[in-house]
Design a protein around this ligand. Structure first.
Ligand SMILES: Nc1ncnc2c1ncn2[C@@H]1O[C@H](COP(=O)(O)OP(=O)(O)O)[C@@H](O)[C@H]1O
Ligand SMILES: [Mg+2]
Length: 328
């Protein structure tokens, strides 16, 4: 990326305080999101994806704490902002969509009120303009009968409809970037694909960048321009999506891909899970955190954690990365 990235996360470390000990949850995580880009953040449950997303918008609560790191948005240091400044950033410059739509919706306010309140806080619009823009958003996210939805309370909508409203809320103040954390995970499988299609359409229309957090490589393949793979609180590989899927370099990425259900030559769905489990907080092995599960591990992997180093058009944190020719 030649120009300055929109979002820049540098050496972000987060700790969890447990019994007086500060245990690492994220260890020197760095990644960039360019303006208009979709960065997929992927990894097994517990890898630190959500914590990273929450840290960007200062939504970490004890026992989690940012220990170090710099977070810049359009050149402004989010990590140095006071809470009042940060509140203006949230919503206006950064929208967010979480797994459970009810975390973003107020259960007692009408949909229309929530949309108009969000826009009033961040955009300079009169009453009539706010109402008509809210109705537009309800329509844009694909809900029928916008006037009825405008007056509805969240509980009158289905889970999928609520998540559509959350997407409208995330975008209505025209943010530069949306952080979407497992936005489709809680939805019925039948609704998930529609929701991704909607997000892709709105991304193209609004030009907002997106940090798309998911455990699902299928979601990443469909949506992301680039991917950052998380393992045990570190970024172990980054690459353009196409490169990553064609030729994963980190053995963990290759293992994740093998663990994604795929039809075999007879059309049956097969899953090859990576043996073992990701280490928990406070139980990181020495050296590379992946070495106990890695078929390529050698002596050096046990003694030192490999740094994330440029490799091809991406980067990998591995002393013995797969070569492009190793991938069938
Ligand atoms: N509020 C919390 N209190 C204690 N541990 C937490 C808290 N939030 C997250 N963690 C722990 O931090 C690690 C990273 O969590 P998270 O970012 O939610 O993982 P992911 O989103 O990749 O599944 C996990 O081990 C999780 O159990
Ligand atoms: Mg998560």
């Amino acid at each position: 990326m030649s120009s300055q990235p929109l979002l820049q996360v540098r050496d972000l470390s987060i700790t969890l305080t447990r019994a007086g000990m500060h245990l690492p949850v994220l260890d020197a995580v760095s990644f960039d999101v360019a303006a208009g880009e979709v960065l997929g953040v992927v990894g097994e449950s517990g890898a630190g994806k959500s914590v990273a997303g929450a840290a960007i918008i200062d939504l970490l609560v004890p026992p989690l704490r940012r220990a170090s790191g710099a977070i810049s948005l359009g050149g402004d240091r989010l990590d140095l902002m006071r809470p009042a400044e940060m509140r203006r950033v949230r919503g206006k410059r950064v929208g967010f969509v979480f797994q459970d739509p009810m975390t973003s919706l107020n259960p007692v306010l009408s949909i229309g009120r929530q949309l108009t309140d969000t826009m009033r806080t961040h955009l300079k619009l009169g009453r009539g303009a706010l109402r008509s823009r809210a109705l537009d958003w309800i329509e844009r996210v694909g809900l029928p009968n916008p006037r009825r939805v405008f007056d509805a309370a969240p509980h009158e909508l289905s889970g999928g409809q609520r998540q559509r409203i959350v997407i409208a809320l995330a975008l209505c103040a025209e943010p530069d970037i949306v952080i979407a954390d497992e936005p489709t995970t809680a939805l019925d499988v039948s609704v998930q694909a529609q929701m991704l299609d909607l997000m892709r359409t709105l991304h193209a229309e609004t030009g907002a960048a997106m940090l798309l957090i998911t455990h699902d490589l299928g979601v990443v393949a469909k949506m992301a321009d680039r991917v950052a793979v998380f393992y045990a609180g570190r970024v172990v590989e980054t690459a353009p999506t196409r490169t990553l899927f064609e030729a994963p370099r980190h053995p963990y990425t290759a293992g994740l891909m093998a663990a994604t259900p795929a039809p075999d030559h007879e059309g049956r769905m097969q899953v090859t899970a990576i043996p073992g489990a990701m280490p928990g907080i406070g139980a990181l092995p020495s050296g590379c955190a992946f070495h106990p599960r890695c078929v390529r591990a050698k002596a050096d992997c046990l003694s030192m954690a490999p740094p994330l180093s440029p490799l091809g058009d991406g980067a990998a944190a591995c002393f013995h990365p797969l070569q492009r020719k190793d991938v069938p």
